[in-house]
Design a protein around this ligand. Structure first.
Ligand code: FHN
Length: 468
């Protein structure tokens, strides 16, 4: 490693072991650049809370098992989101009932057509593992109210209403346990089918339900199905709630529901996609279609980042549920950059597939997930078990840290010199993970400048590893 120091007295920041070389031509420019970024970085770095800090809400004290599960979750970094249900038969996404104004009487003609004889849970779980994913989050019930598990509190489920008659979640849970993958259940609080989901909220106005119903009876029903999910499928990773935003002013009795879950399985992690700062009793915070703090999605406009473990969820094309008309696939590079930037924002990446009504996952998704897995096999060390920082995210990339290692993920940079913010501590070694080559870092006194030799830039992620 060759490190060049500009000014005496800037403290022995490095273990200098080599020759000195100074490139006078470009230095003034980079002095300027590094100065500017360094000031920003200082502010940022200090504002980047220590990755391990997660405060609990006063009203809720997570159990030691829950805290351990949170650490596992943050180390896992990558999960598979699965949106699957009878809506896949129509192949127009999971909102088809609402978007097409299909009344319940018509929509109930779909379950008899749902018969996924090619569903092979071993194949799905193996694909998640091949993609480098450590957990799966599957829709137990989506907004259409249909349960893909055997519920005793309703017959509106895969066992009672479809020719398939098998408990899909039971099959998947057994396979996940066999292959060492954790299983989370997405559960929609919003329900376009249940007669007691009343008064209606923002959606579901074309379901054809009578304008009456007993809200607390609906909440009892929901808690009933949650008790089944927390009782009949072994130890689960947690519950991923969605749909609260349909009735943001309603009393959802969350304390009671969250207590039910933590009483049945204290380690289970609760997250709620309400697009608000976490509520008491929650264990992780998700951001849909945005990195934490991002506001590209309208519903994230008012979302604040809390102190809980973070997760970003995204689609490979533009659809969650199977949509035969959607071929707008993101590139492998886009998906990997999303995963890497999420890690740099101290968040997991939950990437979605919407399986076909046959039970197969479409080949385009399989190809892209395998490509992600190949990258994770090579460079997963710079992601798994890391936390975001110490340098806050940058246009050129992000940093992740683990033990005495700091990983600079250079995602978008073309030049041969990159100004880096100051790093606290002694840099013992610096090398590029992609090539194994030692890295040249110039200490300008106001900051560092990384020299990126020709041929070092990687098409996806040029990773500089500093050992402190
Ligand atoms: O309405 C749902 C949608 O169908 C999907 O489940 C996503 C996944 O995060 N969440 C809601 C939209 O915000």
């Amino acid at each position: 490693m060759i490190i060049q120091r500009r000014r005496a007295g800037c403290g022995d920041r490095f273990m200098s072991s080599g020759r000195r070389r100074v490139t006078f031509l470009t230095l003034p420019l980079f002095l300027l650049l590094s100065l500017r970024s360094q000031i920003a970085v200082q502010a940022q770095a200090d504002s980047n809370p220590p990755a391990s800090q997660s405060t609990v809400n006063t009203a809720y004290t997570p159990s030691p098992a829950n805290l351990a599960a949170r650490k596992w979750f943050q180390d896992a970094k990558s999960g598979m989101f699965i949106h699957w249900g009878v809506y896949s038969v129509l192949g127009e996404g999971e909102w088809v009932m609402n978007n097409k104004g299909i009344p319940i009487s018509e929509y109930e003609k779909i379950p008899p057509q749902f018969n996924p004889t090619e569903f092979n849970p071993a194949e799905w779980v193996a694909l998640a593992k091949a993609a480098g994913m450590k957990y799966i989050t599957i829709t137990s019930k989506h907004h259409d109210g249909f349960a893909i598990f055997d519920s005793k509190v309703s017959d509106y489920d895969v066992v009672d209403r479809t020719p398939y008659k098998k408990d899909i979640l039971k099959m998947l849970a057994e396979e996940c346990r066999k292959q060492g993958i954790k299983l989370f259940f997405y559960h929609s609080q919003l329900d376009w089918h249940h007669p007691d989901y009343f008064p209606l909220g923002r959606t579901g106005h074309s379901s054809g339900r009578p304008a009456q119903g007993e809200w607390t009876r609906y909440l009892d029903y929901m808690d009933g199905q949650l008790r089944e999910l927390l009782t009949n499928y072994g130890q689960i990773g947690g519950i991923w709630f969605d749909g609260w935003w349909d009735k943001p002013d309603a009393d959802w009795r969350l304390d009671k529901t969250y207590k039910l879950i933590h009483d049945l399985q204290p380690q289970a992690l609760i997250g709620n996609n309400h697009h608000r700062k976490p509520f008491p009793g929650e264990d992780f915070q998700m951001f849909e279609k945005d990195l934490p703090g991002g506001k590209t999605a309208e519903f994230n406009r008012d979302t604040e980042i809390g102190d809980l473990p973070l997760e970003t969820c995204e689609t490979i094309n533009k659809s969650w549920g199977y949509n035969k008309n959607d071929s707008s696939y993101k590139s492998d590079k886009e998906l990997l950059h999303y995963l890497i930037r999420a890690a740099g924002h101290n968040a997991n990446f939950l990437l979605n597939v919407g399986p076909l009504p046959t039970g197969k996952i479409q080949p385009e998704f399989v190809t892209q997930l395998r490509a992600m897995g190949q990258w994770m096999t090579k460079y997963g060390d710079s992601i798994y078990g890391t936390r975001g920082g110490p340098v806050a995210p940058r246009p050129w990339g992000v940093t992740t840290q683990k033990g005495n290692k700091i990983y600079f993920h250079i995602l978008d940079w073309q030049d041969s010199l990159l100004p880096l913010p100051n790093i606290h501590g002694i840099i013992r070694s610096a090398r590029f993970l992609n090539t194994g080559r030692k890295a040249d870092i110039i200490d300008t006194g106001q900051g560092l400048v990384l020299s990126i030799p020709a041929g070092t830039i990687d098409p996806v992620d040029t990773i500089l590893v500093l050992e402190m």
